[in-house]
Design a protein around this ligand. Structure first.
Ligand code: NAD
Length: 484
């Protein structure tokens, strides 16, 4: 079992070539429990040299790893998956302590994260190629799929487990090796995954983890020619920085970036279902998800009724440490997050919005914030154009379907969108008109390992999960056989 107070894990180093080592400088980064605001532990503050060593280890491991049969790689991934499930409680507690989300949600994230490992263990066996009819009788043409090579995996703090497995599982299944750079706010979940990968028997060098502040690590990952791909989840700002940095050595990229999800409730919606969906989509992880409803657009005829029903649910939400029972919303990740939320709410109030509901049961502490429902939201407010990344539900009023679609699409982002209607014709019309990579109709839940996850416009490039997820880690080679 992983032990939370296991000194080994909490003072553990990064993982390079199967060895747990510290930073050459001896420097460390403190990891803060956002609920208690206390230091949970430290991780090494690694830099250029450690990152280079990790890349070299991944390159050395790449040859033997890609030569394994698909079934051999799948068996190791299955074992890794089994260990995640066996250690679910410990992994969930580590996650809640460093990230803050309620323990039940953390358990859900571990199950979701593990599901990608199982899924891609299965997909490993289905990497195929195809044949192409030759233009001449003496030739045959075969298209082979081959592993891309060493992949850099850069992940955010809001899903410290699942954002890693969603990338590493398909990479390993395809035959790639990885250097993971987890968020400096939540490195322990990554290290715990590394411990389990080691226990599963995944060979040294296949999974490497470098911890620390991002600049030096990121610069090496971008500049190093051995890295053939960067797979990133995080903000659009850092995503475009990595894109520029990857250009010199023409690396492949997968980018899962920010969103600004519209959540549209039409007059003909099932309102109870819509409230349920809004609660799930808006308040999961305290509103700190890339797919969370950022702008709730409600048609005039049901605006007041929807606000009232949603408000009643929000008033009853409990805010406190994720480890306590009955908590709906944990602490926000840091002070900067609280400041952004406050800035958005103050700006909205100054421009005419009203607080229609506010969670009353909120623990004392600097990093807690009450969930609120704002009525009278308008498109000139900051929360209409930026991700608030907090438990704020702004309700925008609209009159017509065309108006709702124009507002929904009026953003440079295109990750997730949701809408509620009971009309079949409107379902197709609106579903096709929304410029987003993922659309939920009468549901606030769109994340699953079986469906493609990803965005359009400035929300990113590529897709994770589903059958297509493994293609992100495979190259195509046309093999021409002549003289037959
Ligand atoms: P972030 O962009 O600040 O950081 C993400 C990762 O990039 C972290 O590991 C960070 O250390 C690293 N990083 C920062 N600067 C870097 C640099 N110069 N070089 C290399 N790496 C660098 O994002 P965050 O605050 O951790 O996460 C929140 C953001 O992630 C939100 O915008 C959210 O929408 C987005 N997100 C997107 C998805 C998706 O699937 N599209 C999923 C989760 C989160």
């Amino acid at each position: 079992m992983l032990k939370l107070n296991d000194k080994e894990l909490f003072c553990k180093a990064g993982l390079i070539n199967g060895a747990w080592i510290g930073a050459a400088s001896g420097d460390v980064v403190e990891v803060i429990d956002p609920a208690a605001q206390e230091v949970l532990g430290t991780v090494p503050d690694m830099g250029t040299d450690e990152t280079r060593a990790a890349i070299e280890a991944a390159q050395a491991a790449f040859g033997p790893w890609k030569k394994k049969t698909h079934a051999e790689r799948a068996a190791l991934l299955e074992r890794w998956h089994a260990l995640m499930i066996e250690n679910l409680e410990d992994l969930a507690l580590i996650l809640t302590l460093e990230q803050g989300k309620p323990l039940d949600e953390a358990r859900g994230e571990i199950r979701y994260g593990a599901a990608f490992v199982k899924w891609f263990a299965e997909e490993a066996r289905r990497i195929g190629g195809h044949t192409i009819p030759s233009p001449t009788p003496d030739r045959r043409i075969v298209v082979l799929k081959e592993a891309v090579g060493v992949c850099a995996i850069v992940t955010p703090w809001n899903f410290p487990n699942a954002m890693i497995t969603r990338k590493v599982a398909p990479a390993l299944a395809a035959g790639c090796t990885v250097v993971i750079k987890p968020s400096e706010f939540t490195p322990f979940s990554a290290l715990a995954l590394g411990v389990l990968a080691e226990r599963a028997g995944i060979p040294a060098g296949v999974v490497n983890i470098v911890t620390g502040m991002p600049a030096a690590i990121g610069n090496e990952l971008m500049a190093n020619e051995t890295v053939r791909k960067i797979s990133f989840t995080g903000s659009t700002r850092v995503g475009s920085l990595l894109m520029r940095g990857a250009a010199d050595s023409v690396k492949r990229l997968s980018l899962e970036l920010g969103g600004n999800a519209p959540f549209i409730v039409f007059d003909d919606a099932d309102l109870d279902l819509a409230v349920e969906g809004a609660i799930a989509s808006k308040f999961r992880n305290g509103g700190q998800t890339c797919v969370c409803a950022n702008r709730i657009l409600v048609q005039s005829g049901v605006y007041d009724a929807f606000a009232e029903k949603l408000g009643a649910r929000v008033n009853a939400m409990k805010v406190g440490p994720g480890t306590e029972t009955g908590i709906a919303i944990g602490p926000m990740i840091n002070q900067a997050a609280i400041e952004k939320i406050n800035r958005h709410v103050e700006d909205a109030l100054a421009k005419g919005a009203k607080i229609a509901a506010r969670g009353r049961s909120v623990s004392e502490g600097k990093q807690y914030t009450a969930p609120i429902v704002l009525t009278g939201a308008t498109t000139d407010m900051l929360l209409a154009s930026e991700e608030t990344f907090g438990p704020v539900a702004p309700l925008f009023r609209f009159e017509t379907e065309e108006e709702a679609i124009a507002i929904a699409n009026g953003t440079p982002f295109g990750l997730a969108a949701y809408f509620y209607t009971e009309s079949l014709k409107r379902s197709w019309r609106v579903g096709e008109a929304l410029e987003f990579g993922m659309v939920g109709l009468n549901t606030g839940a769109i994340s699953t390992e079986v469906a493609p996850f990803g965005g359009v416009k400035q929300s990113g490039l590529g897709r994770e999960g589903a059958q297509v997820g493994i293609e992100e880690y495979l190259e195509m080679k046309s093999f021409h056989i002549g003289g037959l």
